[in-house]
Design a protein around this ligand. Structure first.
Ligand code: BGC
Length: 709
């Protein structure tokens, strides 16, 4: 008999339910204290996992309670949200995604896993895979942006990074793909709000990253808070049991989000907690995070006949299997040993990741800064920010490890005279500091305007109806620019910020997002030209919140936007084009693409299509370019998006040099979900579009046909 079978036989109902109970220890907010009642609950075998608790001593002490003081000695699993670093903080996911570099995504996850496992963590509530096309939604910062293909690649890389080769190895974490699913489509961009999306949108946009996560072997999945088409995800049997377990064969653990089982009552699908617990369990949720509803109410649900003991056993078996895969029964403490030099290596990685995440949005030639710049005024509410450089979900990170912008500039330009002031605060109405800020600006060769959001303005429950620059930042920026001082604006943010006026007036604008520990140094390296920026937008940048949701993969209409046709799909008061398209991002080089060619004009199922394009660096600066390949299925029974990303390539180009970049597409790339949502192939015309962003005006096109066999 296997260990799991014999444990299941030995367990009382209460002990089984204990395994399904995931509790928080509150360290994230209050310090390393396991509340008294949790200690009692663990001793009583009523807890299966604990999160928000880290550090060798406290984790070991808590684990000892389970291993040595419970009847069956089943170890606890320790979890934590590690969205972009554990001790070393890397850029927030939306920024890191902009590097379009799966190896980098994997390396930062791998580094975080090593740091976290040294301090007792076994499982992380990451990666966050919610595709989102709405910058009002604060959680857009935590995920892969607007595109399902990018989201899928991100999922695979992060899971490889967290989980390594085998979960049984020390130094790796079990990953939890979250939040399943479609939370990024929350009505009006408001967290926890209802989601109403078609079956087609689910299968084309919101499910693919989760499918990729399952295929990559992710250990766990967290169901989302939101409902999908009226059914809360915590009780969505069709998507949890149906899609994940039966269709994708996912045999890992499914857990609820924080108190989400209880919330089924508020959602309006359960009359009481007993029904809520039964609904979640029978839909496929194995672990109940924080509600305590399984523990308290499943005995009653059994008595009412709402669940069967076999449902409980199946869930417990999955939790025990995860513990077994992590080798917790043999090695319940499982601490990885910190190796010499790791911390410094992780700081270097954080610098690399931060530089690669900076998106140069506009540049009128002011960047890189001229060598003769002698005096720089660093002005704005984020001019000296430290904690805000980390962004939301900074796990065990610490503000004191973070380099501010002036610190970075000072280190990069020791001979330069640096002055700084905030002028205004991030939010609030006080404009009294603007005058002094203007005086400083007038005395400087160049102004670095540090604008944006606080870390708390992105992430969970951090939605904004008007995602522009808050407070009096516009007044500050316009007053500074009116002095005539050349100004470079940096946007610290977790989302695209609508500020068309800034892009018109500033000499250069960079999205510096929340870059983590090495923010100041990475920014300085880009401003001085030591590092040539290479990030691209993983999300379309709108001009106005009225354009939201806005994304490149839209479908045509019968009346596409046409400046010469009044009765076409436009706004009266705003262009239809975004401020910057998906994939936009400048460098200090200039690269041209020519000569797109494909290896066949006709293809059939099973053929590979190869596209090649020549990339030439026309400048004097070495550069690293990202080249995107989109597909358009010109005519199909179901209208296809005007462009769908199917591949990208990164290419390093020395000054004046050219390279040929090749892409290979399998026929799968040419399929789309049919009426039954299964991939279907429809013969006919396709366009392959290649370019440096999703800007349709600047794409090379090649056409080919799928013919039937
Ligand atoms: C969030 C999850 C997170 C969980 C545990 C919830 O409020 O939605 O993303 O993993 O808390 O911290």
């Amino acid at each position: 008999m296997s260990r799991i079978e014999s444990l299941l036989r030995a367990m009382t109902l209460e002990e089984k339910l204990g395994q399904l109970n995931l509790v928080t220890a509150g360290q994230a907010a209050t310090g390393p204290i396991v509340p008294g009642e949790t200690t009692q609950d663990i001793r009583a075998g009523q807890v299966g996992g604990v999160f928000n608790l880290w550090g060798r001593d406290v984790v070991a002490r808590t684990q000892r309670l389970a291993v040595e003081e419970t009847r069956l000695g089943v170890p606890l699993i320790f979890g934590l949200d590690i969205l972009h670093g554990y001790r070393t903080i890397f850029p927030v996911p939306l920024a890191e995604v902009g590097a379009f570099d799966p190896l980098l995504w994997e390396r930062t996850a791998c580094a975080s896993a090593l740091e976290a496992t040294c301090e007792g963590i076994h499982l992380t509530f990451a990666p966050m895979l919610d595709v989102s096309r709405d910058p009002r939604w604060g959680r857009i910062a935590e995920g892969p942006g607007e595109d399902p293909f990018v989201g899928s690649k991100f999922a695979q890389a992060k899971i490889r990074g967290f989980q390594g080769e085998r979960l049984s190895d020390r130094g790796v974490l079990a990953a939890t793909a979250k939040h399943f699913c479609a939370g990024g489509a929350a009505t009006a961009g408001r967290d926890y709000a209802a989601v109403d999306v078609s079956e087609r949108m689910l299968h084309e946009v919101y499910l693919p990253p989760f499918r990729a996560a399952v295929e990559a072997g992710c250990a766990a999945i967290m169901s989302a808070f939101n409902n999908v088409n009226g059914v809360p995800m915590t009780s969505h049997g069709k998507l949890l049991n149906g899609y994940l377990r039966r269709k994708l064969d996912f045999d890992g653990v499914i857990m609820s989000d924080y108190t989400a089982v209880t919330e089924l009552v508020e959602h309006g699908v359960a009359a009481d907690l007993v029904e809520a617990a039964a609904l979640a369990l029978t839909a496929g949720v194995d672990m109940d995070m924080v509600s305590g509803a399984y523990l308290r109410c499943l005995p009653e649900a059994l008595a009412r006949g709402l669940v069967a003991e076999a449902d409980i056993d199946a869930a417990v078996a999955r939790v025990l299997r995860l513990k077994e895969r992590l080798r917790l029964f043999d090695d319940p403490y499982r601490f990885a040993a910190p190796a010499e030099g790791v911390q410094e290596a992780h700081r270097q990685l954080a610098l690399d990741a931060a530089r690669r995440a900076i998106t140069l949005l506009s540049n009128r030639g002011i960047l890189p800064l001229a060598a003769d710049v002698r005096r720089i005024a660093v002005i704005g509410p984020l001019a000296d920010a430290r904690a805000d450089m980390l962004g939301p979900w900074s796990a065990a990170g610490a503000a004191e490890n973070c380099a501010t912008i002036p610190e970075g500039l000072k280190a990069a330009l020791p001979a330069c005279d640096l002055i700084h002031c905030t002028g205004v605060s991030i939010e609030g109405d006080d404009e009294r500091g603007i005058e002094l800020a203007c005086t400083l600006a007038r005395s400087a060769d160049v102004v670095v305007l540090c604008l944006g959001e606080s870390a708390g303005m992105s992430g969970e429950a951090a939605c904004r109806a008007t995602p522009g620059l808050p407070g009096k930042q516009r007044q500050l920026a316009e007053s500074i620019m009116a002095t005539g001082a050349p100004a470079v604006a940096l946007l610290s943010c977790g989302r695209p910020l609508t500020a068309p006026w800034l892009f018109e007036q500033a000499q250069a604008v960079l999205a510096t997002w929340f870059l983590g520990d090495m923010a100041g140094h990475a920014i300085a390296d880009v401003l001085t030209g030591l590092f040539n920026p290479c990030a691209r937008l993983a999300v379309t940048w709108p001009r106005d919140v009225g354009q939201v949701p806005i994304f490149y993969a839209s479908r045509s209409t019968g009346r596409p936007p046409d400046a010469n046709n009044f009765y076409s799909s436009k706004y009266l008061d705003c262009p239809v084009e975004p401020q910057f398209p998906f994939g936009h991002g400048l460098s200090f080089a200039r690269v041209t693409l020519t000569n797109l060619r494909i290896n066949r004009l006709e293809f059939t199922l099973g053929d590979e299509v190869e596209a090649r394009v020549d990339a030439r660096n026309e400048s004097e600066v070495a550069t690293e370019e990202t080249i995107f390949l989109f597909l358009h299925d010109v005519t199909a029974r179901v209208a296809r998006p005007l462009m769908e990303l199917k591949a990208w390539a990164k290419v390093a180009l020395a000054p004046g040099k050219s390279k040929t970049v090749a892409f290979t597409l399998t026929t799968e790339s040419f399929s789309f979900p049919g009426d039954d949502m299964e991939p279907m192939f429809e013969p006919g015309a396709f366009d392959i579009l290649v370019g440096l962003s999703a800007d349709r005006k600047n794409l090379l096109t090649a056409s080919l046909r799928m013919i039937s066999t």
